[in-house]
Ligand binder design. Structure first.
Ligand SMILES: Cc1ncc(COP(=O)(O)O)c(C=O)c1O
Length: 291
């Protein structure tokens, strides 16, 4: 297991790696406010708010939702971290970057210096942070005969890993955030390889769609079982939207799919979503003894 849930920045997660590079770029280019977007319980938005606070930048976050009835989970953290939150109403994740563009224009017109971070932090630069994570995995193992399993949403994590390890060594469990995650990963892997001067991996990204259930963020029985297993055997908190579904995907894999000396599960964080009313009753069923 690679514990990227422990990266820091207001409960951590995979977005901290991307933001390390993106925020450095924002500072180097003289920006004064970070702008990004995500779902109501976006971990990326929360981590961006934390990163902005850490280096003294402003932060504007857009959410593809109406204002929530309760301020909980990541929304509560966004508020504590001082970000400006904008609720733009229901909108497909694929259309959210357009909203970010509009906010950037608006801020420029008001003489601010916005730094645009796409949904999920998955620009080529942001995604390239996962080349470094792949290097760490290879160094820890002492070889690269590995299969890394990760949740795949905006695709940057998957693409960065694949740019270093090759498509055959990364398996993404699609969580249904975008209509065609595999195409996003395919292009982003090329972009990252070019940016880092690496050979462009051959073959196609491996993305499994069998854990999405009724859609992005929709609870599934397999995800709850994975959350229960990680919590009650490792003391590890997975989340209902990403890492719980990723572990459910790993549990569901046929042994023949796992032809590698080492299987590494990437724990990507996301625990704040556990503390939301949406999942409360559903999660309580993970332990009938304390119901
Ligand atoms: C907890 C968690 N895991 C995994 C992912 C997926 O990462 P990516 O957007 O790079 O595919 C995200 C981001 O949306 C996340 O918040």
């Amino acid at each position: 297991m690679k514990r990227d849930d422990c990266t820091g920045l207001a409960t951590g997660g995979n977005k901290a790696r991307k933001l390390e590079l993106l925020v450095a770029d924002a500072l180097a280019t003289g920006s004064d406010v970070l702008v990004t977007a995500g779902g109501l319980q976006s971990n990326h938005a929360r981590t961006t708010a934390a990163a902005a606070a850490r280096v003294g930048l402003g932060c504007v976050l857009a959410f593809n939702s109406d204002a929530p009835a309760k301020t909980e989970g990541n929304q509560l953290l966004d508020l504590i971290l001082g970000a400006e939150r904008r609720f733009v109403g229901p909108l497909a994740m694929d259309d959210l970057n357009e909203v970010v563009n509009r906010i950037v224009e608006e801020l420029r017109a008001a003489n601010r210096k916005p730094y645009l971070i796409p949904v999920g932090g998955s620009s080529p630069l942001g995604a390239s942070a996962y080349v470094g994570a792949a290097e760490e995995i290879v160094a820890d193992l002492g070889h690269d005969d590995v299969l890394v399993i990760t949740a795949t949403a905006s695709g940057g994590t998957h693409a960065g890993l694949a740019a270093r390890l090759g498509h055959g060594r990364v398996l993404g469990i699609d969580v249904g955030a975008f209509a065609d995650a595999a195409s996003i990963v395919r292009q982003l892997t090329i972009d990252v390889a070019v940016l880092k001067g690496l050979p462009i991996p051959t073959g196609q990204p491996h993305v499994l769609r069998d854990q999405v259930g009724d859609g992005y963020g929709a609870p599934t029985a397999a995800c709850r079982e994975a959350i229960r297993l990680a919590a009650q055997s490792e003391g590890l908190l997975l989340d209902p939207v990403y890492s719980g579904k990723a572990l459910a995907g790993l549990i569901n894999l046929k042994p023949a799919t796992m032809e590698a000396k080492a299987i590494v599960f990437l724990a990507t964080g996301g625990a704040p979503a556990l503390f939301t009313s949406r999942y409360e009753d559903w999660l309580a069923e993970a332990n009938p003894r304390s119901a």
